[in-house]
Design a protein around this ligand. Structure first.
Ligand code: KG4
Ligand code: ZN
Length: 331
């Protein structure tokens, strides 16, 4: 079965062709970093306009790379929620048009489910249940994953997503967008103990909070006035150390609470070198199984949407052409 999947939930235009649920024949991602960098954050209207421009070339490239044509596609999968509504609408309308023109089934995929199951793209041996931390630019949630399309949210951020906090701290430091990878690099040269930023643990819950640390960084920058490169490196390292401490501690708490010793970390922030290192340390210290997607499957990509689409199609959970995009999660 050939699945063509599309994702335009945020600022990446992506299309992928997946064969029989495991062979990734193509996974094309066109990012918009250059457009949003000058605003140090995503401008939704510019994002949707660029998706309109890119959707046809990206889908064509995905088909060409897979050495297929639209006629070879059996199912069309598309991210319908959550995300930026204008962006989501581009691929939802496009996917519906292809499904209608080809008279092929359509499946609607939740973007967060894409991240939750993205670990299967490279680790075919994962066993259920597992815990999954999804840390991205729009979401930070911890899930108990029981089966395909069966998962329960244990906790979520009460304010900013951790990736959003990275992007905003980068902006405060006068750095470009997306801020996560830039701070990751900057932090490697800094002293993680230079500043003691607050860790928002949100006790007695699996929820997260990152607005406090973001504000603490803002106040520290205002207090310091002049920022040398080494001070920026120290701020980046101390901020990163604090947020990764929180993420790792929450995951550890969930393992103890649920007794589930298999952990996956997904989403753009799962690309962070410090988070990966700390999670690996936790897993090897305690004997937990850890699944980390490689960097290209951490950030937004349509291959993860194709994978979930495959399982929905196998279960015959099709959508009709009344499918609409939604900015919030409809589970
Ligand atoms: O999953 P993703 O591509 O898009 C959403 O669904 O939001 O995540 C993008 C987020 C951005 O906030 C970006 O700054 C962050 O992931 N990110 C990172 C790293 N690479 C991407 N954050 C920290 N360290 C990284 N290496
Ligand atoms: Zn995402």
């Amino acid at each position: 079965m050939h699945i063509l999947a599309l994702d335009t939930s945020c600022d990446d235009t992506s299309a992928s062709v997946l064969k029989d649920g495991s062979a990734i024949l193509s996974n094309i991602v066109s990012n918009q970093n250059e457009i949003h960098a000058k605003y140090s954050g995503i401008v939704p209207e510019l994002a949707s306009r660029k998706h309109i421009e890119m959707i046809i070339p990206v889908v064509q490239e995905a088909l060409d790379t897979a050495k297929l044509t639209l006629k070879d596609i059996d199912v069309v999968a598309v991210t319908y929620a959550p995300g930026l509504i204008g962006s989501l609408l581009v691929s939802v309308c496009f996917a519906k048009s292809i499904a209608y023109a080809l008279q092929k089934p359509l499946v609607a995929v939740n973007h967060l489910a894409g991240h939750i199951y993205s670990v299967f793209l490279e680790h075919h041996d994962i066993e259920f249940p597992y815990l999954c931390l999804v840390a991205s630019g729009g979401h930070t949630s911890l899930y108990l994953v029981r089966d395909f399309y069966s998962y329960q949210e244990l906790g979520r951020t009460r304010d900013d997503a951790v990736g959003e906090a990275y992007d905003k701290v980068a902006k405060m430091l006068g750095l470009s967008y997306p801020g996560g990878p830039i701070i990751d690099k900057l932090a490697s040269q800094g002293n993680k103990d230079a500043f003691d930023f607050p860790r928002g643990y949100v006790h007695n819950s699996f929820d997260f909070s990152f607005s406090g640390i973001k504000n603490a960084v803002r106040l520290k920058i205002a207090e310091l006035k002049e920022l040398s490169l080494s001070t920026k490196q120290d701020i980046g390292a101390s901020f990163q150390n604090a947020v990764t401490d929180v993420l790792v501690r929450k995951v550890h708490k969930a393992v103890i609470h649920t007794g589930i010793k298999s952990i996956a970390v997904a989403g753009g922030v799962a690309a962070n070198s410090n988070l990966r290192a700390k999670m690996q340390e936790l897993a090897s210290d305690k004997g937990y199984k850890l699944y980390l997607p490689s960097l290209k499957f951490c950030t937004d990509n349509a291959a993860m949407i194709a994978f979930v689409g495959y399982h929905l199609a196998k279960a015959q959970k099709y959508s009709d052409l009344t499918l609409n995009a939604s900015s919030t999660v409809v589970s």
